[in-house]
Design a protein around this ligand. Sequence first.
Ligand code: ATP
Ligand code: MG
Length: 245
Amino acid sequence: MLEVSHVSKSFFGFAALSGVSLRVAPGSFHALVGPNGAGKTTLFNVIVGRYRPDAGEVVLAGRRITGLPTARVVRLGLGISFQRAQAFLSMSVLENVVLAVLAQQGRTHDGVRELAGYEDARAAARELLGWVGLAAAADAPTASLPLGDLKRVDIAMALAGRPQMLLLDEPLAGLSRAERREMVRFIEELLRGLGLTLLFTEHDTEAVLRLADRVTVLHQGQVLSEGTPDAIKRDARVVEAFLGE
Ligand SMILES: Nc1ncnc2c1ncn2[C@@H]1O[C@H](COP(=O)(O)OP(=O)(O)OP(=O)(O)O)[C@@H](O)[C@H]1O
Ligand SMILES: [Mg+2]
């Protein structure tokens, strides 16, 4: 589904990524892990076209997307939910998802009041909110939601384009232990149910081991190891690198 080949990216001479390659199989859940500053978010930014790599290629479902603008990449079937939620806190939950649906369709609108008029987009947004279990919160002010629900809104927005694949950057960040467990279950049920391919980053080891089919370990901008969660757990290089940090 996704193939990253030999991607390098430097900032002012500092190599954030050096020759990173990874392949994400269709329908699999693939974790990208590594210590702070390893290059995980940078790689995501390269994949979604926010950063142009200095070298290397990104191929999505057989199509070269290297350097394409983010809006194009999203329209080609990649849903994105990054660490900072994208929903506008001043709008209702439904309005946020309607905006995402309209953006996905490349449609413009003349302001929030107008959103009441887009019946088809509103219907699509209600369906998406149903998928993430927030149908009852459609008319709630987004600012009133607990963080776990806000992250669900963000995922509903990422699903607005009916992507084949989702990128989640630290979906559990900031959540309590109980909320994390709930979010892991939610991600598992929703995305497996939809048959989506998932590439995600996460510092919560327990969640990674529970969710991931494959794990790629990044360390100082390079791939240190790649394999099943069980193999990664037993990889001496990984243990050493993490204990060293
Ligand atoms: N736009 C930028 N300009 C300069 N340096 C950057 C930029 N983006 C990332 N970096 C640097 O690249 C390195 C990798 O950062 P990145 O955010 O990808 O790490 P990460 O693995 O996502 O870490 P974390 O787990 O803390 O989110 C860091 O040293 C960071 O300071
Ligand atoms: Mg990051």
